[in-house]
Design a protein around this ligand. Structure first.
Ligand SMILES: [Zn+2]
Length: 301
């Protein structure tokens, strides 16, 4: 969008009470790892977030490299707890599937992908036993780019992560892109973990009602603020407060009016404010609810 890398939006108005970012990828934020000295970058992001009311984050490492970094950071920073998993798109690469994607690009495998899917999930299972890991995720199905063989690999990986979350008694965070019916079907067939969270919920109000009735949690991200996203706003309006979470999914899905700039946890207040409007909630009360929900699921930090 013509914006210079590293040019960050101004801080939003601070929230009236603290909230927790349910899902972020600090290692992918520009400037955090670019200089090869990750920790000052992470600290700067955490401090900037805290100044506007985002006092803690769930750092999601969903490839093998990011998972290792996430666990380390969760030990080094009291504001961070970690989630680990093999992302559905990573599962395709670990499984050695070389399908041509609908956008015409053949996946470009990284060195870590010489590790088989079984071995990759085995490493996640080891990391998930760390006491600073509080969720298995993100896992699920992403049918946007996957062909038939890729989808089969994703399904196998998803089911292994469901089993892992249940074995360890951890919450699970789900990535669902263009795969709503299949995700719900796998959860029903295998039995969902006691705490199941849809990260960046993208379904409609009808699906939100189904998820809520099944006891799942729904986490809303930047799209709540997008002009075209009435479907997501309608979904957000029907979720019981006790099953509601909020997240950045940084560096992706930057909330309006800053689309085109990188996202980071300090921009979460823009999404929280819009969520309060959409739901007709008092902003301070919504912050209290969101903080209580995340603390109950993943805490103590
Ligand atoms: Zn994510």
């Amino acid at each position: 969008m013509g914006r210079r890398r590293g040019e960050w939006p101004a801080d939003p108005e601070p929230l009236p009470g603290p909230v927790i970012d349910n899902h972020t990828h600090l290692e992918s934020i520009p400037d955090v790892l670019d200089d090869g000295v990750p920790d000052p970058g992470v600290l700067a992001q955490l401090e900037r977030a805290a100044a506007v009311g985002v006092d803690a984050v769930v750092q999601i490492g969903c490839d093998l490299d990011a998972a290792e970094v996430s666990v380390r950071w969760a030990h080094e920073h009291t504001q961070i707890v970690a989630g680990v998993a093999i992302h559905p798109n990573e599962a395709v690469l670990h499984a050695g599937v070389r399908e041509i994607a609908p956008d015409g690009l053949e996946p470009d495998p990284l060195p870590r992908h010489v590790i088989s899917l079984d071995d990759a999930i085995g490493r996640v299972a080891e990391l998930a036993r760390d006491p600073r890991v509080r969720t298995v995720g993100e896992t699920g199905l992403d049918f946007f780019r996957a062909g038939e063989r890729g989808r089969a690999a994703q399904r196998e990986s998803f089911r292994a992560h469901i089993a892992l979350a249940k074995e360890l008694g951890l919450p699970m965070q789900i990535h669902d892109r263009d795969a709503h019916a299949d995700v719900l079907e796998v959860l029903e067939a295998d039995g969902a973990p006691e705490v199941t969270v849809f990260h960046c919920f993208s379904g409609d109000a009808e699906m939100a009602a189904v998820c809520a009735a099944r006891g799942y949690y729904l986490s809303f991200a930047g799209p709540v603020t997008f002009g075209s996203a009435d479907v997501v706003r309608d979904a957000a309006a029907v979720v019981p407060g006790s099953q509601l979470l909020v997240e950045t999914d940084a560096p992706y899905l930057t909330p309006a009016p800053h689309r085109g700039a990188p996202n980071a946890p300090y921009l979460l207040p823009l999404t929280v404010r819009r969520l309060a409007e959409v739901r007709g909630d008092d902003l301070r009360a919504l912050c209290e609810t969101l903080h209580a929900n995340a603390s109950r699921l993943y805490g103590p930090w």
